[in-house]
Design a protein around this ligand. Structure first.
Ligand code: SF4
Length: 64
């Protein structure tokens, strides 16, 4: 499972970070600091929660 982010469309409200701090780091200006990552085993639920939390719908879950 992978996570993809349309980072350029992030508005910086940090909802993803609030739900899953370790998976969705923020940069110094409060925007999400990753364009995506491979989800480690055991982090799937947290990753999905973070994706669902984004009101801009720019976080996609890519299932293997
Ligand atoms: S929830 Fe979405 S818009 Fe908000 S910081 Fe995270 S990626 Fe950006």
């Amino acid at each position: 499972m992978k996570i993809r982010l349309e980072k350029s469309q992030c508005v910086g409200n940090a909802r993803c970070h609030a739900v899953a701090e370790k998976l969705y780091p923020l940069d110094d200006e409060g925007y999400v600091a990753t364009e995506g990552f491979t989800v480690e085993p055991g982090d799937e639920t947290l990753a999905r929660r973070g994706a669902r939390a984004c009101p801009e719908r720019i976080i996609s879950v890519v299932d293997d």
